[in-house]
Structure formats: structure tokens, C-alpha cells
Write a protein that binds this ligand. Structure first.
Ligand SMILES: [Zn+2]
Length: 331
């Protein structure tokens, strides 16, 4: 079986065991229904083959949501077995390039492969995301000539028709909504609240997101230093994904600390918010090494009572933590 048809079959049934004919166990069915968040990119603007630019995939009910889509986050998305056409919503915290560079790839690959048979992508982000979208995909946009060629050249029309599309082909037209702190977006069985991050205002509007699903709550700071607004937004969440850019005490300036926070600041935020698990992300290579990372986790746990996770690309988390089996327990 080709990889793509295998992936779509797995996606349709919810678990590999069903593909093989075995009925899903009760716990596997419960798992298939539960919300998951996959860390697509846990890196920074610094080039890295280990850590992609910021990106997160949330699978909740039938929806597939991405929060930020920085450089290489789309590659990681494909590694999860999720395709561009599967994504229903894209949210952006701010328009630093390490959080939005793969936006073009997501929209264009979704448009190309979707062959006008899937709904438009719902896009949410701070201003000027609408202008950025127009400048990328509009008639006079960066990809305007490419889109024109794919809509009008006979060879492209033939490919489009072979994919099941009916010519004339539509232009990519994401449904863009500019959002601000205090806004709420409602999905089928989830609600996303928009909060304020403390980062590089006034040059960029910077947001944080919370998502409440039937089985739990998740908060993502975007890029942010220590912030009472984040504490408020993340109150009682199962998981808080927080920027953890550098080691406390090593900030080159007060402005840097205010915009990016540090591990001890993050411990305070997580403790005040009363979250169950703190996931560290946006990790610089300088702190991503043995002994430093353990020291950071240890020092955070001196202040924060919950669990601490050192984020890695493609790490998949559910709201309920894993059950640790007995020594004789199977997998
Ligand atoms: Zn940023």
C-alpha cells in the first residue's frame, strides 16, 4: 500500500489496529477521541535541523488546528501523517517569521491538493494577517503569477481535473479574521480564547491562545515574557506551552528579559496559573544540552508543583498524563 493511501486509511479509522482488522479496545477508542497536541516546531529563529520554527498541531474532534506555522513546521506536520488538506484552522500568535514562514506552503499545498473539493482554510491572527494574506495570494501578490499559471495553463487544468476538480479553478481564498485579546472563537466542540502576550509590541501585535475542549484545556503563550495576562489566560489549564528561550540571569538586557522571559519566570507563571503540566518550547541551542536542560527542569520544579516537559519536535501530548505501568506490565 502506498504511504499516502495508508495514511488516509489510518486517519479514516482512527488507529492502525483497525486497519489490520482487530477491533479497537475501549482504551484505544477513548484515546482516538481524546484531544492531542503535537509539537511541530520547538525551535527559535536560529537555524536548526533538530528544532523547526514554532508550530503546534491540535487534533480535537474532527478539526485539525495549527497554532503558528514557522519554517519547517509544515515538514513536521507531514511527518505526523497529517496533510495540508486535513487542516481546518490556522491561528497565528504574531508575525515574526519564525512563527509564520510556512503559511504560504500550507495554503498553497492545501489549495493545490484540495482541487476545490475542501472548504477554505479558516485563518486567525493579529493584524496585518489579512494584508499579508493578500500580499501572498492575491492577484498582485507574491504567488499571483504562479496561481494564474496553475489556473490557466492546460497542463495544470488537466492535473486539477485528474484530482477531481471542476474547471474553472478557484483562487486560494483563506477566510481570514484579524483577532485581538479578549476575542473568542468557537469550533464544533472547542472554544479558543485570545490573550495578550508580552513580546515586541508596539511593532507587532502579540497574542496567546487558550483552547478548551471536552476533555481538557491547553494554553500556548506564543512568544512572551512573564505576564499576568498569561497567568489569567492559562488559569487551571492541563497543559501550558511556554516560550523558554534562555537561561535565567543570562539576558543581555531588561528589554530582552521582558520580551522573552526565562526559565525561573516561567516557573512563576505556571505556578500562579495552577497548570498541571508546563511544556518548555522555543529552545535555543545554547540551553538545549545535557546538564543545562536538567538544571533548568530542576530549578523550575523548585517553584512549580506540576510536571515539566522539555519539548521536542513531534512530541505528542494528551491532557491526561501517561499511566506508568508496573514492572511486569505490557505495552
Ligand atoms: Zn517572536
Amino acid at each position: 500500500m502506498k504511504r499516502r493511501s495508508f495514511i488516509s486509511k489510518v486517519a479514516a479509522t482512527g488507529a492502525a489496529s483497525a486497519v489490520l482488522g482487530a477491533p479497537l479496545s475501549a482504551s484505544a477508542q477513548e484515546k482516538a477521541k481524546s484531544t492531542t497536541v503535537t509539537l511541530l516546531g520547538t525551535g527559535t529563529p536560529a537555524p536548526s535541523l533538530e528544532r523547526a520554527g514554532s508550530g503546534y498541531l491540535i487534533e480535537v474532534g474532527d478539526d485539525r488546528i495549527v497554532w503558528d506555522h514557522g519554517p519547517d513546521a509544515h515538514h513536521r506536520l507531514l511527518q505526523t501523517g497529517t496533510r495540508a488538506v486535513d487542516i481546518t484552522h490556522a491561528f497565528f500568535t504574531h508575525l515574526h517569521y519564525d512563527h509564520c514562514m510556512d503559511y504560504g506552503r500550507l495554503v498553497l499545498q492545501r489549495w493545490d491538493q484540495g482541487a476545490d473539493k475542501i472548504p477554505e482554510l479558516n485563518v486567525y491572527g493579529p493584524q496585518p494577517i489579512a494584508r499579508m494574506t493578500e500580499l501572498l495570494f492575491g492577484e498582485e501578490g507574491v504567488y499571483g503569477p504562479d496561481i494564474r499559471a496553475r489556473r490557466l495553463h492546460q497542463s495544470s487544468i488537466d492535473v486539477f481535473t485528474a484530482r477531481g476538480g471542476n474547471a474553472p479553478r478557484k483562487r486560494p481564498a483563506p477566510i481570514v479574521k484579524e483577532i485581538k485579546p479578549g476575542d473568542e472563537i468557537k469550533g464544533k466542540n472547542w472554544t479558543s480564547k485570545v490573550g495578550k502576550a508580552t513580546h515586541v509590541q508596539p511593532f507587532l501585535d502579540c497574542l496567546a491562545f487558550r483552547l478548551d475542549a471536552p476533555d481538557g484545556s491547553l494554553c500556548y503563550t506564543g512568544d512572551s515574557g512573564k505576564s499576568d495576562e498569561i497567568v489569567e489566560l492559562a488559569k487551571g489549564c492541563d497543559i501550558l506551552i511556554h516560550m523558554n528561550h534562555y537561561f535565567s540571569g543570562r539576558a543581555p538586557s531588561p528589554a530582552y528579559r521582558a520580551a522573552c522571559g526565562n526559565h525561573k519566570d516561567n516557573a512563576e507563571v505556571a505556578q500562579k496559573a495552577g497548570v498541571k503540566t508546563l511544556v518548555l518550547t522555543h529552545l535555543l541551542g545554547q540551553i538545549d544540552q545535557p546538564r543545562v536542560r536538567e538544571q533548568i527542569v530542576h530549578e523550575i520544579q523548585e517553584t512549580f508543583d506540576g510536571k515539566v516537559v522539555w519539548g521536542e519536535d513531534l512530541m505528542k501530548l494528551r491532557f491526561a498524563g501517561p499511566v506508568i505501568p508496573d514492572i511486569e506490565g505490557g505495552y
